[in-house]
Write a protein that binds this ligand. Structure first.
Ligand code: MF3
Ligand code: CO
Ligand code: CO
Length: 289
């Protein structure tokens, strides 16, 4: 069903279609007729939604900054979880992981060969030599922001420090190719190329995701991928980039007992960093890092 030029735009901006997304839709229809994949309206946020997601994301960054001060040898992942949980509630927000598909805690803590979705545990005390990812997702006024960072605890081997560093570079190189009228596949290609160049592999089974009104929305964001393929990127799209970089093989398995913890098949370490990213008219804006 086509919108009339003078009808209100589908994005709920309150503007007439002709003054809002009409030219934009015509450009997308042109690309679709060339066989390109184009985003659905659900993947494009309006100004009000972007403002809300920006606020949730800002708090998410503050929470990561807060917990970063405590990520040291001797603290347990359970204590890190409690710090985030309490701080989040004290700021009028809700930790998204808690109760999400039965996840039992408020953050994910993934150490060494845990790729992602590690469950905080008061008995798991951080020790010298660990590398840990802390993944925080915050819901504020119904809007979501999602990010994660890596930390090296005490004396970490040069090999593991390099893995952590290259994983960050992979994320930043993925971010660098995000631009309106580019392609989702450009991101994974940049990431995978850098990982391979460094002798590492990228996890294929788990990807980034649209985020903002829900925890996990379309599109699914591959961290491998080919340039000029997958969905066209347009202003207003918000998704995460969160490559999992393995020192060894890309294969992973999920713990059946807890239903969540993802491990590398070969037991080699893995590192991950995550940003929530908004596609803008000019390029990209990192909403939470
Ligand atoms: N924050 C993770 C992500 O980046 C998702 C964790 S799901 C949870 O997508 F239930 F484990 F929290
Ligand atoms: Co995410
Ligand atoms: Co996350």
């Amino acid at each position: 069903m086509k919108l009339g030029r003078n009808e209100p735009c589908w994005c709920k901006s309150g503007k007439k279609y002709k003054a809002c997304h009409l030219a934009f839709d015509e450009r997308l229809e042109g690309l679709a007729s060339e066989g390109k994949l184009i985003p659905t309206h659900e993947m494009i946020k309006n100004q009000e939604q972007i403002a809300g997601i920006r606020e949730a994301s800002k708090l998410n960054t503050e929470i990561l900054d807060m917990v970063s001060e405590h990520v040291k040898e001797g603290i347990s992942t359970g204590e890190l979880n409690s710090l985030v949980h309490e701080y989040t509630l004290a700021h009028g927000a809700v930790p998204a992981p808690l109760g999400y598909e039965n996840f039992p805690k408020s953050i994910c803590t993934s150490i060494d060969d845990v790729v992602c979705h590690g469950i905080p545990d008061s008995k798991r005390i951080l020790k010298s030599g660990d590398i840990i990812n802390i993944d925080v997702t915050t819901i504020l006024n119904g809007y979501y922001g999602d990010a994660s960072r890596m930390y090296c605890i005490g004396e970490v081997t040069a090999e593991k420090r390099r893995l952590v560093q290259v994983a960050k570079e992979c994320l930043d190189l993925g971010l660098a190719v995000v631009k309106p009228w580019g392609y989702l596949g450009d991101i994974g290609y940049a990431i995978n190329s850098h990982a391979k160049k460094n002798g590492y592999s990228i996890v294929e089974d788990i990807g980034g995701h649209g985020v903002g009104l829900e925890f996990h929305e379309d599109p699914w964001v591959s961290h491998i991928g080919q340039p000029g393929t997958d969905i066209v990127l347009v202003p207003g799209m918000i998704f995460t980039i969160e490559p999992m970089v393995n020192m060894g093989d890309a294969e992973v398995w999920i713990d059946e007992e807890d239903g969540w913890t993802v491990y590398t098949e070969d037991g080699e370490p893995s590192a991950q960093w995550e940003y929530t990213v908004l596609v803008t008219e000019q390029g990209a804006e990192v909403l939470t890092r």
